[in-house]
Design a protein around this ligand. Structure first.
Ligand code: MD3
Ligand code: FE
Length: 241
């Protein structure tokens, strides 16, 4: 790794502690500081990691989330196969992702309340569009925000996101709270997955050829974050219509 790259990695530690996959992966990737002094990393084929991108907005994001939760509480959905998901979920925006015995789909109504999902808060849509632009997707206007809440031990097994109609639209993910180990696989389930840690404030934009890569999250370790306690929260912004 060159000296310039080392200086940028050190700078990143001010925002979120930096733990990447192997040194070889790091050297093969494209790491640089953006205009706000935060690092960006090209994860290959359309995926871009924006370390600490929403760190300065943590309070606004989490208080907005608390409001959404009062109207659409986190719940453990059931897969079509009948398994209770270990991750608790809720949604905001015109469409919400749901699963039950009938299948996976987007729905305008929360099945628990029978009412529309809470509106997409402007602070959410603004940060999603800003992150997408920073990653080269200037016209991203999400109409769905899926919120995942991980408790210790909760995980998401390797899967593809393919319930959306247009895979030309990226997905923006925001990580908050306790860090997690993310698995980034290939286009086939059997492709070897890379591991990387996602920390509080990190944003990843998944577009282009990365859009259909398999991915998952390892079981969350027991830990405490000052703002979320034992939880990790992940927001994913999607164009679902
Ligand atoms: C890579 N959530 O909600 S976000 C999901 O951390 C989901 O809660 C995980 O996978 C979480 O579907 C991962 C990162 C993510 C989201 C969408 C992707 C990675 C992706 C779509 C394509 C490739
Ligand atoms: Fe996913």
């Amino acid at each position: 790794m060159g000296l310039a790259a080392f200086a940028q990695v050190s700078g990143t530690q001010l925002v979120s502690s930096f733990t990447m996959h192997s040194d070889a992966d790091r050297m093969a990737s494209d790491l640089f500081a953006n205009s706000e002094g935060l690092s960006q990393e090209d994860l290959g084929s359309g995926a871009r990691l924006l370390r600490g991108f929403v760190a300065s907005e943590e309070t606004a994001i989490l208080s907005t989330l608390r409001e959404i939760e009062t109207r659409a509480p986190f719940r453990h959905m059931v897969t079509p196969g009948g398994f209770r998901m270990s991750v608790a979920m809720t949604n905001c925006g015109p469409l919400g992702w749901v699963t039950d015995r009938k299948g996976y789909r987007y729905d305008a109504l929360d099945p628990v309340s029978g009412s529309p999902w809470p509106a997409m808060p402007p602070v959410f849509s603004a940060l999603a569009s800003k992150a997408a632009s920073a990653a080269g997707f200037p016209k991203f206007e999400p109409d769905a925000c899926l919120m995942n809440r991980y408790e210790p031990g909760a995980k998401v097994s390797l899967h593809q996101d393919k319930d959306e109609p247009d895979f030309g639209q990226p997905i923006v993910s925001v990580s908050l709270g306790v860090p997690a180990v993310f698995l980034f696989g290939g286009l086939k389930r059997s492709d070897k997955a890379k591991r990387m840690q996602l920390f509080h404030g990190d944003v990843v934009v998944w577009g282009g050829p990365a859009r259909l890569r398999y991915h998952g999250v390892l079981a969350l370790k027991a830990a405490q974050h000052p703002l979320t306690g034992a939880h990790r929260i992940n927001l994913t912004f999607r164009k679902a219509s």
